[in-house]
Design a protein. Structure first.
Length: 655
């Protein structure tokens, strides 16, 4: 009927686990595959948000199974209304019970916003659905028993009963005080700014995928189509999957739609638009492309490079070249032989005097390759003795002293918190089960003593208790090991000699551009200090809590938190990038990183311009949403017209 054998795929008990993963991914991303026919083999662990129509042909007697089946399509990320058809055998006793069950489910679904499916398996507490169906078959001819069964179904699906179960299952009732809320919000803001932004991922993947023979075709806004994934990438995915069986979504031959931002996964205003696969660093396609790219270019990282810093900061830009190292740090779970659960690439600067410092989150994105003409200007630096010393050791020492402890602390807190939560749930469930069977054993002993013949033997109960006890002990050991996290030794992946542009300009004999940058480093620092002081005072005058984060190199200079009356929601913070310029300047230079952080923070980001003359400051002048488009991938910095920016600015204290 659909015109192609490829339109329908199947999952059942005879299909191997790896093949199931492949079929699931085909159904999700291949435009030719329209229908998935499955047994309960696909009832758990399958995410199919791309579908919203389901038919239950063979109804299970366990309501958990109904919940699990519907949960395949009714998942986070589903934007369409999900429709579920349950096929009933009409004019049968069990069909009558099911019909009443589904009628009540529909009523409660509307009353509770669909949440009834979250706890469907727990509503039959007094008597299971299976027992009710058996009673319906045995005693369905008796009108009194039939009415009694219907009332039990209705009682189990009573609104108050369901709300009580939902409340009981709530994971947390913790209430934060305002100080704790401030702290958590600040950490969330830093994490939001620090994340690997979609623009960088898209820029990298487009080039790397093309180098490997693939093509990304633009379709709707922010969405692309891949008509053919080269065989070398699919083969590499099979090799990676062989090493890591947790890879759930194998790379397929084609992808109907892919995207790099969550907001483009679905298009809500277009009926029938396919769901897009979100490409991120952990996506199998991205992992295969990255593995091949690293294999081809890893030696280049170790060879190093010479890069130019077009916008210098810190010490005198004419005399301070530096080595920037890429340091890889991993956190393992379960001891040294355990699996890696967190991995960060961090950047360390080492200067000629042997001093090492944190270089920031992604400083390499603001650097540009040195030309042959540039290299001819610095032969003495390239041959300097300090470059040949064991600088990698200094970089690792700096990372171990500053970056590694913070990484370990963050991961350890998260892992221990999660392990404790899981352990509490495991103990609650298994201890309850053990207590149930121990009580059952006592009752059977009493029955035997009374001369009765029990349906379950003591030997069977002892085996069940032994199994449950071993499972509890095993899970406790697993979760104890899960709490054990250890830090691996940082490893240097690569490095680059960074040459300040001011040094090159001086050796070319070029005069410094006094309208934009002062050639005197001390004068530049003075202008920056005056500008920062002006913005801090302006924000404090507004009653905001001000924090100088310029040393953290997080993409802006000042975090300003507006206050709120007690009991009111906490307002969004203001992330302010400060630019101080002497009066008469024509342009402002912003780096690609600053632009991307600004676009990422959107309305929370402010560009503050302060004009300095002598010791006097004019401003600050705030520009909201100062950047309108992403820079080209090869762009390291952009000059913006100062007059145009000021025409859009608003003063710190509006009249």
């Amino acid at each position: 009927m659909l015109g192609s054998q490829e339109s329908v795929v199947q999952i059942h008990g005879s299909v191997h686990r790896d093949e199931r993963r492949k079929i699931q991914e085909l159904f999700r991303v291949d435009p030719r595959v329209r229908v998935l026919v499955a047994t309960d083999a696909a009832g758990e662990g399958v995410n199919l948000q791309n579908a919203n129509l389901m038919v239950n042909y063979d109804l299970p007697w366990n309501p958990n199974r109904i919940e699990q089946r519907f949960g395949r399509i009714h998942r986070i990320g589903q934007i369409h209304v999900c429709h579920l058809w349950n096929m009933l055998a009409s004019e049968t006793r069990e069909g009558d019970v099911f019909a009443r069950l589904f009628q009540k489910l529909e009523i409660e679904r509307e009353a509770l916003g669909g949440r009834v499916f979250d706890i469907l398996g727990e509503v039959f507490e007094e008597k299971s659905l299976k027992d009710l169906l058996i009673e319906a078959i045995r005693y369905g001819d008796d009108p009194k028993r039939r009415d009694e069964l219907r009332s039990k179904v209705e009682g189990a699906l009573d609104t108050a009963h369901i709300e009580e179960i939902l409340s009981r299952n709530a994971l947390s009732e913790e209430v934060m005080d305002m100080q704790r809320l401030y702290t958590v919000k600040e950490e969330m803001e830093k994490a939001e700014a620090r994340k690997l932004q979609p623009y960088f991922i898209r820029s990298y993947f487009t080039q790397a995928f093309q180098q490997l023979g693939g093509e990304l075709r633009p379709r709707e806004e922010g969405r692309y189509e891949i008509t053919n994934v080269p065989a070398i990438i699919r083969e590499r995915d099979r090799q990676l999957t062989g090493r890591d069986r947790r890879n759930l979504n194998p790379v397929t031959l084609r992808y109907e739609r892919v995207c790099f931002e969550k907001k483009f996964v679905n298009i809500e205003d277009r009926v029938g638009a396919p769901m897009a696969s979100l490409l991120h660093p952990a996506h199998p396609l991205m992992q295969a492309v990255t593995d091949l790219t690293l294999e081809q270019l890893r030696n280049k990282l170790k060879q190093g490079a010479v890069l130019v810093d077009p916008i210098e900061s810190g010490a005198d830009p004419s005399t301070d070249p530096r080595i920037m190292f890429l340091v890889d740090h991993s956190i393992r779970q379960g001891g040294d032989s355990g699996r890696t659960i967190s991995r960060l690439v961090q950047f360390i600067d080492v200067h000629a005097d042997g001093q090492a410092s944190n270089a920031g989150w992604a400083p390499h994105l603001d650097l540009q390759p040195a030309s042959e003409a540039d290299l001819k200007l610095i032969p003495d630096i390239l041959a300097a003795s300090w470059i040949t010393q064991d600088l990698e050791k200094l970089a690792i020492q700096q990372a171990s002293a500053t970056l590694v402890p913070e990484h370990l602390r963050t991961v350890k807190e998260r892992v221990e918190r999660n392990a404790d939560r899981v352990l509490a749930a495991v103990q609650d469930r298994l201890v309850r089960e053990i207590n149930h069977w121990q009580n059952r054993r006592l009752r059977i002993q009493e029955e035997i003593a009374a001369g009765k013949v029990p349906r379950v033997t003591l030997g069977n109960i002892d085996r069940i208790l032994d199994d449950l006890t071993n499972r509890l002990r095993s899970r406790q050991i697993e979760l104890a090991a899960m709490r054990e996290v250890s830090s691996a030794t940082p490893v240097v992946l690569g490095g680059a000699l960074v040459i300040p542009a001011g040094l090159l300009a001086k050796r070319r004999g070029e005069p410094a551009d006094g309208a934009t940058w002062s050639a005197d480093a001390e004068a530049r620092r003075r202008i920056e200090r005056i500008a920062m002081d002006a913005v801090v005072k302006a924000e404090q005058a507004l009653g905001h809590q001000v924090l100088d984060v310029s040393a953290q190199k997080c993409g802006w200079d000042i975090t300003s938190q507006p206050q709120s009356p007690p009991g009111c929601p906490l307002p969004e913070p203001r992330h302010i990038e400060v630019k101080g310029r002497i009066q008469g300047s024509d342009t402002i230079t912003v780096t690609s990183n600053e632009i991307m952080y600004g676009l990422n923070q959107r309305e929370k980001f402010l560009l503050a311009i302060v004009l300095v003359e002598g010791e006097k400051a004019s401003g600050p002048y705030y520009i909201r949403c100062p950047f309108t488009q992403e820079p080209d991938w090869a762009t390291t910095s952009v000059n913006l017209n100062l007059k145009s920016l000021l025409s859009r600015a608003e003063p710190a204290f509006p009249s």
